[in-house]
Design a protein around this ligand. Structure first.
Ligand code: ADP
Ligand code: MG
Length: 610
C-alpha cells in the first residue's frame, strides 16, 4: 500500500477511535447513524456506481433485517447473534428472489421495479400484526458481546465502526479480484463478459445480493442501536436518502459511501434543527432540501465529493501498483489438439436479420494449428459468421462443431470456456480499467475464486497466478511497461492488440480475430504477424478476418472467401488470388461494396454487428 494512503487511513482510524471521548451523546449517536447509513451506501456504490444497476429499494433490505432480528429476539427471545444469522439469511433469500425476478429487466425498468418492491416491502411491515403493524416493535434487548453489554450508544459506536471498517475492507478486496473485474466490466455488456466465460446475469445477481447483505448488516445494527423498529425508516424515502449518500460521496469510490453518509446525515440534522425556526412544515421541506442537493450534485458533481478529492490529489493516495509480475506458478494449460485434427466445423450456417440474409448456407472447417483467413468485401457477413460460430449470436439454422462436439445453441460463455477466445471488430474493452485488469479479465473462465473468498483474501494464490498470466500476455504484445495505464488511453489500433492479449489470457485452443490489424501502422502489423505466427508454432489455431490483403496472404495457410453472405470459394492463398470470381468480387475491387438488398437504410445496422 502507498504511504500517503496508509497515513490517511491511520489518521481517520485514530480520529474515529477518539471521537466518543470528545463528542457528546448527540455527536455519538449521529456518528452511529452515519456508520449505519454508510454500510447501505457502500452496497449502493458497488451496485449502482460500479455495477450500473440503480436501486431505489435498498431501505427495504435494511428493514427486512431489522424486523427479522427484532422479531426473533423480542417475540422468541433468541440471542441477537442468532438474530444476525436469521436477518442475513432472510435478507439474502429476499434479494436472491427479487434479483432473479427483476435483474434481467433492461434500461429503466430495473430502477422502476426497485421502487415497486421497495414500496411493497415497506407496506408489508406496517400491515403484519405479528410485527406490530404501524406502531412497530419496541423493547428490543440490548446487544452484549463477550458478556459486556452494549446498551450504551458509545459501546455500539465501536461495534458499528469496526463493522464499517471490515465491510470497506471486504468490498475493497472484492473489487481487486477476479469477481471484482467481472463486476467492473458489467457496464461493458453481457457479450464482453460472455466472451471471457463469465455470466453477466450471475455476476449482477451476486452483486445485488452482496449489496442487500450490507444493507442487512446495517438493519441489524439499526435494531440494536435504536432498540425499536417501525415501518417508516425503511420506506422508499429512506431508500432515496441512501442513494443520495452514495451519489453525494461519489459512486466511483468506496470511501464515497462514508463521506456521503456523513454529508447527508449532517445535512438532515441541520435541516431538522433549522427548518422549524421558519415554518411548521419542516418535515416536508426537508425533502425539498434533499431534492435540491440531488439536482446540484447531478449538475455539478456527478463524481461526488470523493471525485473532487481524487482530482485534487492527482491520485497521490491511490493504492500502489506493483511494477513487476508476482512470482506465481503458471495457471494450468489446456491440452491442445494434435496438429491437423479438426478443431472447428461450420455446417450450413444461416443468419437472417429480417429480410436480410447476412450469412447464407456457409460451411467450412478449421484444423488444429492452422491460420485460416475469412475474407470478403464489407458487408459480406464475416463478422456475423464470427458471431455465429462463437455463440455470440444465435443461428437461424445450421450447426457448429468445436473440438468434436456440437456446440450449436450453447451459450457464448460455455463455448468460450471450452477454449474459443475472440476479439471484436468494434473493440470491447473497459476503458476505465487498466491494461493489466483488462487482460486479467480474460483468465476469468480458467479460474474460480468467488466473491466471498476474494473478500476474505483467500483467493490470493490464484489471483497472483492470474496477475502473472496477465503480465505475461501483456509482455507478449509489448505493452508490459504500460500495464497500469487505462485501456481507454491507448490508440484504437493498440486497443485491438490488447484484446488479443485478453483472448490469450484465456489459454485458447481457437483464437477468433475480427480485423485485428485495422488501424495499425506498418511496423505494428509486422509485429502482429510475428505474434500470430509464433502462436501457430505453439499449436494455437487461428481464424482471422482481415482487410489488408498483403498482410493476410502472407500470414494464412488457407482462405475462406465470402460475398453477399455466401461462401464464394476456399483454398490456399495463391489459388484464391488466381480465382477470377474472387478477383471480380473483391480483389479487383470491381464490386467493392455490395448494394443493400433490403429497403432499410444500411447505415442503421452497420454498427450493430459485434
Ligand atoms: P462484414 O463483417 O463482412 O463486413 P457483417 O457480418 O458485419 O459484414 O454484416 C453482414 C450484413 O449483415 C450487413 O449487411 C449488415 O448490415 C447486416 N447486419 C449485421 N449485423 C446486423 C444486425 N445485428 N441486425 C441487422 N443487420 C445486421
Ligand atoms: Mg465485420
Amino acid at each position: 500500500m502507498s504511504r500517503p494512503r496508509l497515513i490517511v487511513i491511520a489518521v481517520v482510524a485514530v480520529l474515529l477511535a477518539l471521537a466518543p471521548a470528545v463528542l457528546g451523546n448527540f455527536g455519538v449517536s449521529l456518528l452511529n447513524d452515519i456508520g449505519i447509513g454508510a454500510l447501505v451506501a457502500l452496497g449502493l456504490v458497488l451496485l449502482t456506481g460500479v455495477g450500473g444497476a440503480t436501486s431505489f429499494g435498498q431501505a427495504a433490505f435494511v428493514g427486512i433485517a431489522a424486523y427479522a432480528t427484532a422479531w426473533l429476539t423480542t417475540v422468541h427471545h433468541y440471542s441477537p447473534w442468532i438474530g444476525l444469522l436469521f436477518a442475513l439469511l432472510l435478507t439474502g433469500v429476499a434479494a436472491l428472489a427479487i434479483g432473479l425476478l427483476t435483474l434481467r429487466l433492461g434500461g429503466h425498468f430495473l430502477p422502476l421495479s426497485t421502487i415497486a418492491w421497495g414500496l411493497s416491502i415497506a407496506m408489508l411491515f406496517g400491515n403484519i400484526e405479528a410485527l406490530g403493524s404501524h406502531t412497530g416493535m419496541s423493547k428490543i434487548p440490548a446487544l452484549s458481546l463477550f458478556g459486556v453489554s452494549l446498551v450504551d450508544p458509545r459501546a455500539m459506536y465501536y461495534l458499528i465502526w469496526v463493522v464499517v471498517g471490515l465491510a470497506v475492507l471486504f468490498c475493497h478486496n472484492v473489487l481487486q479480484s477476479r469477481s471484482g473485474r467481472a463486476i467492473r466490466s458489467l457496464r461493458g455488456g453481457g457479450i464482453l463478459l460472455a466472451s471471457v466465460g463469465a455470466d453477466a446475469f450471475r455476476v449482477r445477481l451476486a452483486l445485488f445480493v452482496l449489496a442487500a447483505l450490507l444493507a442487512g448488516v446495517a438493519g441489524w445494527l439499526y435494531a440494536y442501536t435504536n432498540r425499536f423498529v417501525s415501518p417508516s425508516p425503511f420506506d422508499v424515502r429512506a431508500s432515496i436518502e441512501y442513494l443520495l449518500m452514495a451519489v453525494a460521496g461519489g459512486l466511483g469510490q468506496l470511501t464515497g459511501a462514508l463521506v456521503g453518509a456523513a454529508v447527508v446525515m449532517v445535512m438532515k440534522n441541520a435541516l431538522q434543527d433549522l427548518l422549524p425556526l421558519f415554518t411548521q412544515r419542516g418535515g416536508e421541506l426537508q425533502a425539498v432540501g434533499f431534492a435540491i442537493l440531488f439536482l446540484l450534485l447531478l449538475h455539478y458533481a456527478r463524481a461526488g465529493l470523493m471525485g473532487f478529492v481524487v482530482r485534487w490529489t492527482h491520485g497521490r493516495f491511490a493504492p500502489k501498483a506493483s511494477s513487476a509480475p508476482p512470482d506465481a506458478p503458471a495457471l494450468a494449460h489446456r491440452q491442445l489438439p494434435a496438429r491437423g485434427t479438426r478443431v472447428l466445423a461450420v455446417r450450413n450456417a444461416v443468419k437472417r436479420f429480417g429480410g436480410l440474409v447476412a450469412v447464407n448456407d456457409v460451411s467450412f472447417d478449421v484444423a488444429a494449428g492452422e491460420i485460416v483467413g475469412l475474407i470478403g468485401p464489407n458487408g459480406a457477413g464475416k463478422s456475423t459468421m464470427f458471431n455465429l460460430l462463437t455463440g455470440t449470436a444465435p443461428m437461424t439454422s445450421g450447426g457448429v462443431e468445436f473440438l468434436g462436439e456440437d456446440v450449436s445453441g450453447l451459450p457464448q460463455r460455455v463455448i468460450a470456456r471450452r477454449g474459443m477466445a475472440r476479439t471484436f471488430q468494434h473493440v470491447k474493452l473497459r476503458p476505465h480499467m487498466t491494461l493489466l485488469d483488462n487482460v486479467a479479465l480474460g483468465a476469468h473462465g480458467r479460474t474460480g475464486a468467488g466473491m466471498l473468498s476474494a473478500g476474505l483474501r483467500m483467493d490470493r494464490k490464484e489471483e497472483a497466478q492470474i496477475q502473472a498470466e496477465a503480465w505475461r500476455q501483456l509482455d507478449r504484445i509489448g505493452l508490459a511497461s504500460r500495464a497500469h495505464e487505462l485501456a481507454g488511453s491507448l490508440p484504437l489500433g493498440t486497443q485491438r492488440i490488447l484484446e488479443i492479449a485478453r483472448a490469450l489470457a484465456a489459454d485458447p485452443v481457437l483464437l477468433v480475430l475480427d480485423e485485428p490489424a485495422a488501424g495499425l501502422r506498418r511496423k505494428e502489423k509486422q509485429e502482429l504477424g510475428e505474434l500470430l505466427r509464433k502462436l501457430r508454432a505453439e499449436g494455437v489455431t487461428i481464424l482471422i478476418v482481415e482487410h489488408d490483403m498483403d498482410f493476410v496472404m502472407k500470414l494464412v495457410d488457407r482462405l475462406v472467401v465470402m460475398n453477399f453472405g455466401s461462401k464464394l470459394t476456399e483454398g490456399e492463398p495463391a489459388s484464391v488470388r488466381a480465382n477470377p470470381d474472387v478477383q471480380a468480387a473483391y480483389l479487383g475491387g470491381a464490386v467493392a461494396v455490395p448494394a443493400p438488398r433490403v429497403d432499410e437504410p444500411r447505415k442503421a445496422v452497420a454498427g450493430a454487428g459485434a
